[in-house]
Each structure stands twice: as structure tokens, then as C-alpha cells.
Design a protein around this ligand. Structure first.
Ligand code: OAD
Length: 258
């Protein structure tokens, strides 16, 4: 009963929203077969040490190890498909005047699903740059134009340094354009829909609270109560591949009724 009330409240807020910002994390891609980071046993950081794989120092120490790990992740993502959760977020664009997605995910699945406005906070697997950004920040490198393999980090065609994945690692700051797009989406939204993130990694973790401080309603979708439940106005427990399509269906009915 409580749950049905919460669901109903979420639909009402979405029906009245003119600007929706959706903040997503690894959970939204789990039903596409892509592992999250912090879940016990299956999470990537339960199996691998991020200090060995996801920092600039790790790459300096062992570029080939880091390269091979990211190539394997890219390979997995390339074979995955957007799931009903991603597709429901695309459908929301027909029901709310403005929808921006701010994602921590590097899998590109929101864009492949068809979402139009996507800010990728942590970069993208399958995009590459010179480790030293020798031609300016970022010095993007098209892998199709240089010799490369899956085991060894290739050399930059400009400076002969190393090529790295264009993702944000621990200890790195987000690109200015990405921060700008995020601030704009957070400051304009009247509803912030948070989906599938543990709410631990900054600066993404503080975005829901910032949206709330500016007057937005925060709705949290997650099968497990995460850090963000404490500040969420509405918590909808469940996997996003089920909760988001159900929200869209109800919203369609509600908007149809006027
Ligand atoms: P986490 O692994 O920290 O959290 C994933 C969240 O998804 C958890 O709260 C789960 O309960 C939830 N979840 C699991 N299955 C779900 C489902 N079917 N539907 C919805 N939610 C589900 O991943 P993130 O919060 O995204 O950064 O992690 C943030 C950042 O930490 C990542 O971007 C990455 C990582 O280190 C970098 O690599 C820089």
C-alpha cells in the first residue's frame, strides 16, 4: 500500500515536471549484463583493485595491464544491448518537455538506446586519448588509424607516448564542459530521478542533494536502499528494468487524462 502511494506520488511529480534530470549509475545497466562496481561478489571492485586499474599512477606503472582490462570491458559492453530501463528513459522524452540524463556510466548505452541529451560524467569506453594530451586536452586518438592490439597500450601517433581510454580515473577532475552541462541540468530541473547508483563517488554523489536544495523533488530507484534514500523524497525499490517501464506506463495514462 505504502509502495503504491509512493509510486503514485512519483507519477504525479513527473506529470507536472517541465525539466527532468535523470542521474544514473551502474545499476541501470545491470540488466544488460554489465556488472556494477560495489555489489558484493559480482561488483568489479569486489574482484579487482581500482588502485591497480583506474588511476593515472596505475597506468604509469603498468599501462599494458590497465589497457587490457579496459579493452576487455569495452568488448563486453560492445556486445551488450540497452535494456527496458534505458528504453523507458527514452520514452520519458515524449512525456516530459525536457529530459537530460547525467550518467556515471561509461558504457554508452543511454545514447545507443536513443536518449538525446546525455552528459557522460566519467567518459566513454571505446574512446581514447593521448595519456599526456600532447596536442591539447583532450588529444583524442582514433584507434582505427593506428596499429593496436588488446594486450598492449599503443603509442600516441603524435608524441610516441601512450594511448589511454578516455574515461575519468580516481584522482582526476571532470572535464569543464561536462561539469558545465551537469550544473545546468541540476540547476534547472524540477524533478531529479536517481537510478542505480550507490551515491558514494563524488561529485556525482552530491548532485541529488544539490538538486533538492534548489527545490527539485528527488526520486530514487534502486533495489537496495542506498546512501541516497536518506535525502530522497520518494524511494521506489526494485530493478530499474521493471520500475522505469512501469513508471512510464502510469505516466502515459496520467498525461492522457490531462
Ligand atoms: P555502484 O556499483 O557503486 O552502485 C550500483 C548501484 O546499483 C547499487 O546501489 C545497487 O543496489 C544498484 N542496482 C543493482 N542492480 C540494479 C538494478 N537492476 N536496477 C537499479 N539499480 C540496481 O555503481 P555506481 O554508483 O555507478 O567510477 O558507481 C559510481 C562510480 O564508481 C562509477 O562510475 C565508477 C566507480 O568507481 C569510476 O570508474 C570513476
Amino acid at each position: 500500500m505504502v509502495l503504491r502511494d509512493e509510486f503514485h506520488r512519483a507519477v504525479e511529480h513527473l506529470a507536472r515536471a517541465s525539466y527532468l534530470t535523470v542521474l544514473t549509475g551502474a545499476g541501470v545497466s545491470k540488466e544488460s549484463g554489465i556488472p556494477t562496481f560495489r555489489e558484493a561478489q559480482t561488483g568489479l571492485w569486489a574482484q579487482y583493485d581500482p588502485q591497480e586499474l583506474a588511476t593515472p599512477d596505475a597506468f604509469r606503472r603498468n599501462p599494458d595491464l590497465v589497457w587490457a582490462w579496459y579493452m576487455a570491458r569495452w568488448n563486453r559492453v560492445a556486445g551488450a544491448q540497452p535494456n527496458p530501463g534505458h528504453r523507458a528513459l527514452v520514452d520519458l522524452e515524449k512525456l516530459v518537455p525536457m529530459v537530460t540524463i547525467v550518467t556515471q556510466n561509461v558504457d554508452g548505452l543511454h545514447i545507443r538506446a536513443g536518449s538525446r541529451y546525455v552528459v557522460e560524467l566519467h567518459g566513454r569506453l571505446g574512446r581514447f586519448k593521448c595519456f599526456d594530451n600532447c596536442q591539447g586536452d583532450p588529444t583524442l586518438i582514433d584507434l582505427e588509424k593506428i596499429p593496436y592490439g588488446r594486450e598492449r597500450a599503443p603509442n600516441c601517433p603524435y608524441c610516441d607516448g601512450k594511448v589511454r581510454p578516455d574515461v575519468v580515473w580516481f584522482g582526476e577532475i571532470l572535464p569543464a564542459s561536462v561539469l558545465q552541462g551537469t550544473i545546468s541540468a541540476i540547476s534547472q530541473c524540477d524533478v531529479a530521478l536517481v537510478v542505480g547508483t550507490s551515491g558514494i563517488v563524488q561529485p556525482a554523489a552530491s548532485l541529488p542533494a544539490e538538486a533538492k536544495r534548489r527545490g527539485a523533488t528527488v526520486i530514487d530507484v534502486n533495489p537496495a536502499p542506498d546512501e541516497l534514500v536518506a535525502i530522497a523524497d520518494i524511494y521506489l525499490p526494485g530493478p530499474s528494468g521493471e520500475v522505469l517501464p512501469a513508471l512510464v506506463e502510469q505516466l502515459k495514462n496520467r498525461v492522457g487524462r490531462g
